[in-house]
Design a binder for this molecule. Structure first.
Ligand SMILES: [Fe+2]
Length: 336
């Protein structure tokens, strides 16, 4: 019997474990400009200025930095039953979470997915105050909304096939005749809700948040420079080849990576053509050919299972996209 996958609408929020909640508040709220939807002594619920559900990001204080879960919104309440059946048929552990366990979120299904990530699917969500035109409140990078999860997986092709079975479309790839090195996949009508970076995994590579204008990407860099926090800027600003995004990558106080970006594109037409980048094209990761810093390829956040324990890492299956040597770094692909 063909299983009907749940109808996923979009990447909606993530939960990160952070070791110093006040330091995280200074970074995510005071510097980057996220809106605090609600808070408890050990947890912050944050959203972007365009977001109309309760949160895009949960920061929860804990002993070790990690990504606790990645949450997708589904289209109907019946999709929760479909999700439970879909993951059970794959042999994945699942759990039903009653409404209200997560503030602002209704009943949810959590699962340890076949890639080793704890995912949550939910339908009902409380609406938050509309702040899009509260320009008077904006700070930092003026983040608008959650856009995507970038995850590190040992087997990019297996990740692609799994997310294709969940009904995700493919927008772009990095590949050659031998291997799929990275892929970008979507449910909402943008370049992606999830992307795969090859490497030891499962790990969370970064959370991607959309800003409306390129000056917002530049402004957060200027602010960080002024505050002598330039080391927070890991990579960029620059223009991606893949996705055309104008981007910057920052590292939070626990090393969790966040991308602030703008200017990707519409993918919603049926049969949207896939853009396939050669792994030998130096413009794929940065359209201007700037080298990618080694930490961007090597470092990522641990992920937790349903019980909150760190998932063991598996080594990369496909060849590495780039060589990162003891003497630094080379932009050349593994096969060039
Ligand atoms: Fe990204």
């Amino acid at each position: 019997m063909e299983l009907t996958p749940p109808d996923i609408v979009r990447a909606a929020y993530a939960e990160l474990v952070v070791t110093d909640l006040e330091a995280s508040r200074r970074f995510w709220v005071d510097l980057l400009g996220f809106v605090v939807s609600s808070q408890t002594p050990d947890t912050l619920y944050l959203r972007g200025y365009d977001e109309l559900i309760h949160h895009n990001l949960i920061l929860r204080a804990g002993p070790v930095p990690a990504a606790a879960r990645l949450a997708y919104r589904v289209r109907t309440a019946a999709d929760l039953d479909r999700a439970e059946a879909f993951f059970a048929a794959l042999g994945c552990r699942t759990a039903r979470v009653p409404a209200g366990v997560t503030p602002g979120v209704g009943e949810a299904v959590r699962a340890e997915d076949p890639l080793g990530f704890t995912v949550e699917l939910f339908f009902e969500a409380d609406h938050a105050e509309r702040l899009q035109q509260r320009y008077d409140l904006r700070r930092g990078a003026e983040p608008a909304r959650m856009d995507h999860f970038n995850i590190v997986v040992p087997d990019v092709r297996a990740a692609y096939e799994y997310y294709a079975s969940l009904g995700f479309g493919l927008s772009e790839t990095i590949e050659d005749d031998q291997a799929l090195y990275a892929a970008w996949m979507f449910r909402k009508q943008t370049v992606h809700d999830v992307a795969f970076t090859g490497g030891e995994g499962p790990r969370l590579h970064h959370l991607g948040f959309f800003a409306h204008e390129s000056h917002q990407v530049l402004r957060i860099c200027d602010i960080l420079g002024s505050l002598r926090q330039e080391s927070v800027i890991e990579r960029g600003p620059g223009r991606h080849g893949v996705s055309n995004a104008f981007y910057v990558y920052l590292r939070d106080p626990d090393g969790h990576r966040v991308e602030i970006y703008t200017s990707d594109y519409y993918t919603g037409d049926p049969g949207h053509p896939v853009l396939r980048w050669s792994v030998r094209d130096p413009r794929r990761r940065d359209f201007w050919g700037h080298p990618v810093v080694p930490s961007w390829y090597n470092e990522a956040s641990a992920v937790l299972d349903l019980d909150g324990h760190p998932r063991p890492l598996l080594s990369e299956k496909q060849p590495a996209e780039i060589m990162v040597g003891a003497d630094g770094f080379t932009r050349l692909s593994a096969r060039s």
